[in-house]
Ligand binder design. Structure first.
Ligand code: ZN
Length: 592
């Protein structure tokens, strides 16, 4: 199959394929259109024939012809493969019959779907479901929602569903595989439904397949031994770690708003959904897994966590926040201020308040700081210590050093301490935790300069890629940012600059960076004169940064020498220092 993917890619031109769905216009070296993935009036969706990729500079969607088909037509890879094979006129070699695993899965999906339909019927239309229906109605859930979510009720008598499924042609052994049924230890090994006498929430995946169930006991059930909620066990088709409840219904809206609200449990998802806040999904527990994050990444850049208020206290949650941060999600936290115990309750009592709180959701780092200060107080040394103990593990997870140092300052402010001591504590923490070498104390200014340098190099590389002969211009600079340095090295080695050749020579993880720069380079509407001017300006700015770094080094040397009282040496270094200062002044004057 891999070969066929390559074969199809070779045969098709991404411009022709996309043009079938989105009319493209030639502009300079690339083709452009208004982006099909987000609303816009001026085109920022670029298709490159050379690189056979597309990229939107508005929403960031990017990929090859396969991902375009998947995204645009909302189909999975297999279907995209089929469609593209058709367009390319290539006959797909079928792998023949379903293999064993696939046929088990298929059977389980069928059983689940039938069971869900059965439960749904009982809840809506059968005498046996009356009590459950009354409960659902009491919770304010409409019939429309019951249908959308295929909610149901599993009757007390297990034989009803089992006989129903057997009549539908499933075998008892198939039922056992789906995890909903067990064999009783008491009644001669009779089969029973684990979900009996529970309100049923089918777990439907983002592709609309029923993968499992979750069942809630009814309030009338006084058996204290029963768990309030039970879930399907892991099966070939049900993986708790990959599941978002409600994503099948919420994904369009999440995509549109570029924002996913994540709550705990089915009712907390259904409640906002019914109230018109449709970009919401539910997980079980308070931690997101890597698979879940990857799944939701397709739809949104921002997550608002509407979880149990002390979710930040457990290790799994910390880990999931760390993962989400690494994946460049913006993470915010819904804070109901202790007024309501969960989103469901808040929405029922005060929808306006809930919506307001959604708008005001704090960043995760602010939230953790705020809540730990509230929990422990900062009047006593013990309180301060507890705040630090809570917050340092999170700060250690912040990827961006500038943001991190900002928060160190915020923490110091919040606990009425000085920044240096907090940084010191942070270093101690890092050392104890994993022996990482912490950032230097005077780090902030240097970090900012490093950051600035990186931004300047990125801009410069973009401008250079637009030049007819990028090689020469690349050689003019000692690139400090590793990814641009590496890209530059590949280009320097090429006899003739061609974008697709660069891609072939680059390390895999740099390809995206290069593609983005290259697309951007040709996308801009500026004249070659303007570009030349900008290149010169950036080179001067970089020189300025370098001079500042040298000044820093020299002042360190002077400080050391002053202790030694070696007047001659001091004078020499000071002369150097003055020289650089003059250079810097000239540069700065030229700039203004
Ligand atoms: Zn877009």
């Amino acid at each position: 199959m891999e070969n066929q993917v390559e074969e199809i890619k070779k045969k098709l031109d991404i411009v022709e394929v996309i043009n079938k769905f989105v009319p493209l216009k030639k502009r300079g070296r690339h083709f452009v259109a208004c982006c099909p993935f987000h609303q816009e009036k001026t085109p920022s969706f670029i298709v490159s024939q050379e690189l056979q990729i597309y990229k939107c500079f508005g929403c960031g969607k990017a990929g090859d012809v396969f991902s375009f088909m998947e995204e645009y037509n909302r189909i999975d890879f297999k279907d995209a493969l089929e469609d593209l094979a058709k367009i390319a006129g290539i006959k797909l070699i079928r792998s023949g019959k379903l293999n064993k695993e696939e046929s088990i899965k298929k059977k389980l999906f069928e059983i689940n779907k039938e069971a869900a339909k059965f439960y749904n019927f009982i809840l809506k239309s059968h005498e046996l479901g009356k009590e459950a229906l009354a409960y659902v109605e009491k919770r304010g859930i409409s019939l429309e929602i019951i249908n959308k979510f295929l909610m149901g009720y599993a009757p007390k008598d297990s034989r009803l569903i089992i006989n129903y499924l057997l009549k539908k042609g499933f075998l008892l052994e198939d039922l056992m595989k789906n995890g909903s049924f067990g064999k009783s230890q008491y009644r001669q090994g009779q089969t029973y439904d684990r979900f009996q006498d529970r309100l049923i929430f089918p777990q439907i995946d983002f592709r609309d397949r029923v993968v499992g169930f979750s069942g809630r006991i009814l309030p009338g059930n006084t058996n204290a031994n029963l768990a309030k909620y039970i879930n399907s066990p892991e099966t070939e088709v049900y993986h708790k770690s990959q599941m978002f409840f409600g994503l099948n219904l919420a994904k369009e809206r999440i995509k549109k708003e570029n924002l996913a609200i994540i709550v705990e449990g089915e009712l907390d998802m259904i409640s906002p959904f019914q109230a018109g806040i449709e970009n919401v999904v539910a997980i079980k527990g308070t931690a997101l897994t890597e698979e879940q994050l990857q799944l939701i990444r397709r739809y949104a850049d921002t997550l608002i966590l509407g979880l149990d208020s002390d979710f930040a206290g457990n290790k799994a949650s910390i880990r999931s926040i760390e993962l989400a941060d690494k994946m460049d999600f913006e993470i915010r936290v819904l804070d109901l201020e202790g007024k309501y115990k969960d989103p469901d309750e808040a929405i029922k009592s005060d929808l306006k308040f809930f919506k307001k709180k959604l708008k005001e959701a704090d960043t995760i780092w602010d939230f953790i700081l705020k809540s730990s200060v509230k929990n422990y107080g900062v009047e006593s040394p013990r309180g301060k210590k507890l705040v630090l103990v809570t917050i340092l593990p999170f700060l250690a997870k912040i990827n961006n050093l500038v943001i991190r140092s900002d928060y160190l300052r915020k923490v110091a402010l919040a606990i009425n301490s000085d920044e240096d001591s907090v940084v010191e504590e942070f270093k101690k923490y890092l050392k104890a935790e994993n022996g990482i070498i912490p950032i230097k104390k005077e780090g902030k200014e240097e970090i900012e300069r490093g950051d600035m340098r990186e931004r300047l190099e990125e801009r410069l590389m973009t401008l250079i890629l637009r030049m007819r002969k990028p090689k020469l211009a690349i050689k003019k600079l000692e690139w400090r940012t590793l990814r641009f340095k590496k890209i530059g090295e590949v280009i320097k080695k090429l006899k003739k600059f061609e974008a697709d050749r660069v891609v072939r020579k680059l390390e895999a993880e740099l390809i995206e960076t290069f593609n983005n720069l290259y697309l951007k380079a040709f996308e801009e509407q500026n004249t070659s004169e303007e570009r030349k001017k900008e290149r010169g300006k950036i080179l001067r700015q970089i020189e300025e940064l370098e001079l500042k770094d040298r000044l820093k080094v020299l002042s360190g040397i002077i400080a050391n020498l002053e202790a030694s009282e070696d007047e001659d040496k001091i004078a020499k270094v000071e002369a150097q220092y003055a020289q650089i200062l003059t250079k810097l002044a000239i540069l700065q004057r030229a700039r203004s």
